[in-house]
Ligand binder design. Structure first.
Ligand code: SME
Length: 265
């Protein structure tokens, strides 16, 4: 079990204990604590940054870890986290340094810890076997993969245009919207993977000539082709804001995910 899972479990257990005894006022406070972080004039990520900086200044390690997890879930980058922690450091002064050290170490753990691949594959099989439509199932898989793999900042599917086999069309995705809703076969990493019908693992997109940038924060990308009856049908595309994040195990895992999706086509 990862630190994050241990932390979330313990937090849930204690929350349930509190709710067992809570009166109306306690429940109101807890529900308010949840509501104020929802999107309003400020988006969720900005609110989590505010929660993080307040937690650092008040030197609450549990609160810091909670907000770091939420910052990650709402898409914060390491650069943003360091800038926010610096504000806490400036306001709180050197007394917050031990908490800042632990915060950075926990953030680092969050970057590499993910749900074991076996569990994720099992979940993907269940999603694929459900009665939902292909677009619902692929949407669910995108959200699941993004949420369970901290290194995956954008997860999406591109499909071969049924009216034009030389074009890919964006399907379900999780992450920031992209301007590349259609991609000619042969163009960019996605287009090349579709043309060559093979997995492309790009550990540093800055070294690529034939690359289509969706977002300057993206540093690496992996694209896995998806086949139907032996013919290229689409692909799974993953972008990461980390350089060289993909191991052989990632590749095997994602090729297995692609095979699971193929069972639904
Ligand atoms: N970077 C891709 C374009 C698609 S986005 O990553 C979502 C490429 O070079 O093909």
């Amino acid at each position: 079990m990862t630190e994050k899972e241990r932390f979330n479990r313990e937090r849930d257990r204690l929350n349930q204990m509190v709710m067992k005894y809570a009166n109306k006022e306690t429940k109101r406070f807890f529900s308010l604590d949840h509501q104020i972080y929802e999107t309003g004039a400020l988006d969720e990520k900005t609110k989590e940054f505010a929660g993080l900086v307040a937690s650092l200044v008040l030197r609450c390690d549990d609160c810091i870890f909670y907000h770091l997890i939420r910052c990650q879930e709402t898409g914060a980058s390491s650069e943003e986290i360091m800038e926010i922690l610096n504000i806490g450091l400036m306001v709180g002064g050197s007394i917050v340094i031990p908490h800042l050290r632990r915060a950075v170490a926990r953030w680092d753990e969050l970057q590499i810890s993910s749900t074991p691949f076996e569990i994720q594959l099992q979940q993907a099989r269940e999603i694929a076997a459900s009665d939902s439509s292909v677009s619902e199932a692929t949407q669910e898989i995108c959200l699941y993969l993004r949420q369970h793999n901290p290194l995956f900042d954008w997860v999406g599917f591109y499909w071969i245009n049924p009216k034009n086999p030389r074009e890919l069309i964006l399907g379900a995705y999780a992450g920031e919207p992209t301007e590349h809703v259609t991609i000619p076969v042969g163009k960019g990493i996605c287009g090349q993977a579709a043309e060559r019908k093979e997995t492309f693992v790009i550990q540093d997109v800055r070294l690529e000539d034939n690359y289509l940038s969706c977002n300057p924060a993206v540093l690496s990308e992996i694209v896995i082709p998806i086949f139907k009856e032996g013919v290229i049908f689409g692909e799974l595309d993953i972008d990461s804001h980390t350089e060289s994040p993909f191991t052989m195990r990632h590749r095997e895992f994602l090729e297995e995910i692609a095979k699971i999706v193929e069972t639904r086509l």
